[in-house]
Structures are given as structure tokens and as C-alpha cells.
Design a protein around this ligand. Structure first.
Ligand SMILES: O=P(O)(O)OC[C@H]1O[C@H](OP(=O)(O)OP(=O)(O)O)[C@H](O)[C@@H]1O
Ligand SMILES: [Mg+2]
Length: 173
């Protein structure tokens, strides 16, 4: 038997699904902020995957202060067995606006190993971390998420996909 590649156990997310799930995230976060009426001060998107969900959350919660943190992740280490996922901040959000993160929603599309959120959390310990999707390893790093998937599921986002022809199950002989 051929062992499937990790991405072959796929969870395919359409634009419509992403919109609905991001709206559900906004709904869950609404009125849970520390400001008057449970408001949040700002939304910060973790680029690049967090930008679409962050835009939808900011729209639903009427938050006009929106910023980004650019995080690059990569695999380090020699052989495949000892490769580790590392993350590095390439650009931070406005420091004065951020403070320690209190009242700020930091949004990403998903948490997988948790490396990305772990790094951003160290910088803004009081921020609230929200993702649309979460895998079990990363769950301790996220405060609010909508849908959990298993660790060996690869999530396919609509910005990485294109419509294309597929052969019918019963093709020509
Ligand atoms: O929990 P982790 O194991 O850190 O993985 C999750 C991160 O990985 C993906 O981003 P990626 O670094 O691939 O970059 P992108 O958002 O620019 O596509 C995803 O958008 C999350 O930000
Ligand atoms: Mg990302």
C-alpha cells in the first residue's frame, strides 16, 4: 500500500466557508473585549494567512484600527528527522498602539504546531489570540477558535487553490 502524503488527508476550505467561519469567530469574540461594552481596541493580522479572517472580524466588530505582524516560518535542522519548525518576526505592528497587547485581537487563519503563536505571544502576552482553525498541538496557544481538525489533516485555503477539470470516476477505457 502506498502511504498517503500528509496533504492527501485534506480539509478543503472554500471562500464561502472561510467567510462563514470567520464570521462565526467574530460572533464568538463580540462583547468579550476588555473595553466598555466588551469592545476590542484593534485587530492585528498575522500575515499572510491571517489577513482575510482579520478583515472579516474587523468588519463584523466595527474595528477600524487594523495592523499586521509579518511572521516567516521555516524548517531548521539537518536531516528530516530532526527538522524543527522555527518562526521569525520580519515586521511588527505599531509599538505604541500595541503596548502589551491588552484589548488587541491577534488573528490568524490556523494554528498548527503553535510555533507562530508562541512567538507572537511572547511579544504581546496580554493580547487575545484567535484563529479560525486549530490542530491539537497548537490549541494551547490559541484563546478562541472555531473548527478543530486532526494533526495529520492538511487545510487547503481558497487562496492556494484553483478550479480545474477532474476526470469522472468512470473514465473512458
Ligand atoms: O502553528 P504553526 O505550525 O506555526 O503554523 C501555523 C502558521 O503557518 C501558516 O503560515 P505560514 O508560515 O505558512 O505563512 P503564510 O501565512 O504567509 O502562508 C499559517 O497561516 C499559520 O500562520
Ligand atoms: Mg500564516
Amino acid at each position: 500500500m502506498v502511504t498517503p502524503l500528509p496533504h492527501e488527508k485534506g480539509f478543503h476550505v472554500s471562500w464561502d466557508q472561510l467567510h462563514r467561519d470567520s464570521r462565526a469567530l467574530a460572533w464568538r469574540l463580540d462583547k468579550h473585549g476588555p473595553d466598555e461594552g466588551g469592545a476590542w481596541r484593534a485587530v492585528v493580522a498575522i500575515t499572510r494567512g491571517g489577513m482575510a479572517p482579520a478583515m472579516i472580524v474587523a468588519r463584523e466588530l466595527d474595528i477600524r484600527t487594523v495592523d499586521t505582524i509579518s511572521v516567516k516560518s521555516y524548517h531548521s535542522g539537518g536531516g528530516k528527522a530532526d527538522q524543527r519548525r522555527e518562526a521569525e518576526v520580519l515586521k511588527g505592528p505599531d509599538a505604541e498602539m500595541m503596548g502589551d497587547g491588552e484589548g488587541v485581537l491577534i488573528v490568524d487563519d490556523l494554528v498548527d504546531t503553535g510555533k507562530t503563536l508562541e512567538l507572537v505571544r511572547q511579544l504581546y502576552p496580554k493580547a487575545h489570540f484567535a484563529t479560525v482553525y486549530a490542530k491539537p498541538k497548537g490549541e494551547p496557544m490559541v484563546d478562541t477558535f472555531i473548527t478543530g481538525v486532526s494533526q495529520d489533516t492538511w487545510i487547503f485555503f481558497p487562496w492556494d487553490m484553483a478550479l480545474q477539470y477532474v476526470e469522472p470516476y468512470r473514465g473512458k477505457e
